[in-house]
Design a protein around this ligand. Structure first.
Ligand SMILES: C[S@@+](CC[C@H](N)C(=O)[O-])C[C@H]1O[C@@H](n2cnc3c(N)ncnc32)[C@H](O)[C@@H]1O
Length: 286
């Protein structure tokens, strides 16, 4: 049923693509609209996307394939964020910049005619997407590797397959039926995790040095801690943006570790349930 629903949505978008291709000769010949045709996200869905990403005035929202600019403009207008949109359609970019000017938002938002794959995304704190499934899979490594840890990604209707989303919501949107054939929307949220794979030296206040070995797959990881030749597996490991948690049983004590990853360093506390938490830190050794 889910597969059928997705097939209908994709077919709907491709149909729109064919229909609008002749009317929109605004894409330079060297580019292809591979991410999908211009199909605007309805206002009600835009608002839910911004809510799901919890956009606020300190955010910088980048919409990849920004269409008429609705997501970046709504974020700037309603939630006071700054923003940037790129689209290969020069006419849509011209209209987006005009709308930004008429709304008095030109100081905070900007739109540029640019291919998504040639876009610097590193300054985003929130990325929004409404792009075809195959394009999403090609985009996945770029976003995973280039976005800062903690950046939220929200996508309308399509997901990243093997990079599991952190949250999902579906709701009815009757006005979408005419365009995509499906009167509903599904939103997916990811929080970009810090990169932690590798070997780390971990030090606990007043204790021996541990060697941590971590293997990460997107926001999931597993690992072991080794001290004095003895190894223990990390229990319930979790990474959410820069925040890392795991449980480790060592020296017959059960410690709940939490910490914050900053590049090649992690600092945090471990709680043994015996009073004051103990500080720990780790630095990458390979
Ligand atoms: C489905 S629309 C989404 C518009 C807007 N983000 C929204 O949700 O209302 C997809 C947009 O992506 C643009 N696009 C497709 N491929 C692209 C590419 N390779 N680089 C930049 N923009 C692209 C299209 O021109 C179109 O405007």
């Amino acid at each position: 049923m889910e597969i059928l629903r997705k097939a209908v949505v994709v077919l709907g978008m491709l149909w729109v693509c064919a229909a609008v291709a002749q009317k929109q000769p605004n894409v330079p010949p060297e580019y292809e609209r591979e991410g999908g045709p211009y199909v605007p996200t309805p206002n009600v869905v835009v608002e839910r996307m911004l809510g799901m990403a919890n956009v606020g005035e300190r955010d910088h929202v980048i919409d990849l394939g920004s269409g008429d600019g609705i997501i970046v403009l709504t974020a700037a207008h309603q939630r006071k964020s700054s923003g940037y949109g790129v689209d290969i359609d020069e006419e849509l970019i011209r209209l987006s910049n005009l709308r930004a000017k008429s709304l008095g938002l030109s100081g905070r938002v900007r739109f540029e005619a640019r291919d998504i794959f040639k876009t610097d995304v590193s300054k985003a704190t929130v990325v929004t997407l409404y792009l075809l499934p195959e394009f999403m899979q090609r985009l996945r490594p770029k976003l995973f590797n280039e976005l800062q840890p903690g950046t939220r990604i929200v996508s309308h209707d399509y997901h990243f397959e093997e990079w599991q989303h952190d949250a999902q919501t579906s709701f009815e949107v009757p006005e979408k039926e005419l365009v995509t054939g499906v009167p509903s929307a599904t939103l997916y949220l990811w929080i970009v995790p810090a990169k932690i794979s590798g070997a780390w030296r971990m030090q606990l206040d007043g204790n021996a040095e541990y060697r941590l070995t971590l293997q990460q797959r997107y926001q999931n990881f597993e690992g072991t801690a080794e001290v004095k030749g003895r190894q223990a597996a990390l229990i319930s490991p979790k990474i959410n943006g820069k925040d890392i948690r795991f449980v480790l049983v060592h020296d017959n004590r059960r410690g709940e570790f939490s910490g914050r990853v900053e590049g090649d360093r992690i600092e945090g506390t471990v709680d043994y349930g015996e009073g004051k938490p103990v500080r720990w830190r780790a630095s990458r050794s390979s």
